[in-house]
Write a protein that binds this ligand. Structure first.
Ligand SMILES: *Cc1c(COP(=O)(O)O)cnc(C)c1O
Length: 399
């Protein structure tokens, strides 16, 4: 059964992910890890203190299944003040164990055997896994590198819809490309969803981490609120990725379906972290801290992009998230995974191949075969050192 999902090898052994392999390589070689996307500086101290206080003040037993009332109210207030989305806190908001659980519970609740789930390619690695667990089939529409960043091929999205397509699984701002879907792209996605009566699940965990562009939740487009589940999380916004407080919101029937599945995945989690995240979402100082993070990430993005270009990579500047994709073909690479396995020894830096985010054998897999992902959510001195090492390793660039 598990082998059938492709999550295990045929003999039942666990298949290590490329992320685990690359992080182990970083530890073994002492290379700078720009592979895995987690911050090396924690979020606001006041928010950490709120969690510590919650532990000391008795928030240590199972919180309510849907999440604590103050956190659900804070999530609803966030959606209203930022995007004008009105939600009923009791029926339209559900707290989850990170965005990961929200995604899994949504896909398990809404799809099954015989259904197709249409997602962007490349895409975050858990999507393919949960679609397989649901017994559904993954289909994809490509994001392509352009002079204006990675952009959605809308015609290909339209062509990928079949009578079996049940769900569109969206992600913007997008990991791994850093693309932020603009209003035209979102309107085209919305048209496809309405025309084919598809449900939409949108992963917006990087909603705050955008640089000089606007993040538009697809749920705000005409005809979309009634068919869209919007997922987000505190991990990326507040630099507390280990707390795993996420949430999903949308129409009451859809949220109710997700709650039914969530009940038997974790039931509930994160008792002391829920009040701390409720505080973070409503505290002006914590939100100002996020603005500072975004400004600092924009500078770190520019530092890394310039350094990668100097080293000889082709780089597509991201508009959001804390990742940048770079093509190693100009450096002689023919395969991103092989390039990443060599990179720690060659340059003392770890990256992950984009093939970890594509479907083996797909046109996008082939098109992005030599591309690799770096994160810039590391301290400036770490990025400067990484850039120095890359320049030294590849200078003079192969021409
Ligand atoms: C990190 C990440 C997640 C997981 O979020 P958690 O809240 O840590 O579960 C989901 N989607 C994308 C695109 C991510 O990058």
């Amino acid at each position: 059964m598990a082998a059938a999902t492709g999550l295990l090898d045929a003999d039942g052994s666990a298949r290590p992910t490329i992320f685990a392999e690359m992080s182990a390589l970083a530890t073994r070689t002492g290379a700078l890890n720009l592979g895995q996307g987690f911050p090396d500086v924690d979020g606001p101290a006041t928010v950490a203190r709120a969690a510590a206080d919650a532990i000391l003040h008795g928030h240590n037993q199972y919180p309510p299944g849907p999440g604590t009332a103050p956190l659900r109210a804070a999530i609803a207030a966030h959606q209203r003040t930022r995007y004008g989305i009105e939600l009923d806190v009791d029926t339209q908001v559900l707290v989850t164990t990170g965005a990961t659980e929200a995604l899994a519970a949504a896909v398990l609740a809404l799809t099954g055997s015989g259904d197709e789930v249409l997602m962007l390619e490349p895409s975050y690695d858990s999507y393919a896994a949960v679609v397989a667990m649901a017994g559904a089939t993954r289909t994809t529409a490509p994001l392509r590198p352009t002079a204006d960043g990675f952009r959605l091929d809308v015609a290909a999205l339209e062509r990928a819809v079949t009578p079996r397509t049940r769900l569109l699984l969206l992600n913007s701002p997008h990991n791994p490309t850093g693309a932020v879907l603009d209003r035209d792209e979102l309107a085209a996605v919305a048209r496809v969803a309405v025309a084919h009566d598809l449900l939409v699940v949108t992963d917006e965990v990087y909603e705050h981490l955008v640089f000089d562009v606007e993040h538009v939740p697809i749920a705000t487009l005409p005809g979309m609120a009634e068919r869209t589940l919007t997922i987000s999380s505190s991990g990326k916004t507040f630099s507390f990725t280990g707390w795993k407080i996420g949430w999903v919101s949308g129409p009451a029937e859809l949220v109710g379906a997700v709650r039914t599945v969530k009940q038997f995945l974790t039931y509930t989690s994160g008792a002391p972290f829920q009040p701390a995240v409720a505080h973070a979402l409503t505290d002006p100082a914590a939100l100002a801290w996020v603005d500072g993070l975004v400004r600092s990430l924009a500078r770190r993005r520019d530092l890394l992009c310039a350094g990668l270009r100097d080293a000889g990579f082709d780089v597509v500047r991201p508009d959001g998230t804390y990742f940048v994709l770079a093509d190693a073909a100009p450096l002689g690479a023919v395969d991103g995974a092989a390039f990443c396995r060599d990179l720690p020894g060659r340059a003392g830096v770890v990256a992950v191949p984009v093939s970890a985010f594509t479907r083996a054998g797909s046109p996008t897999h082939d098109a992005l075969r030599t591309w690799v992902r770096f994160t810039f959510v590391k301290r400036q001195d770490v990025l400067e050192e990484a850039v120095d090492r890359l320049r030294a390793a590849f200078d003079p660039p192969v021409s």
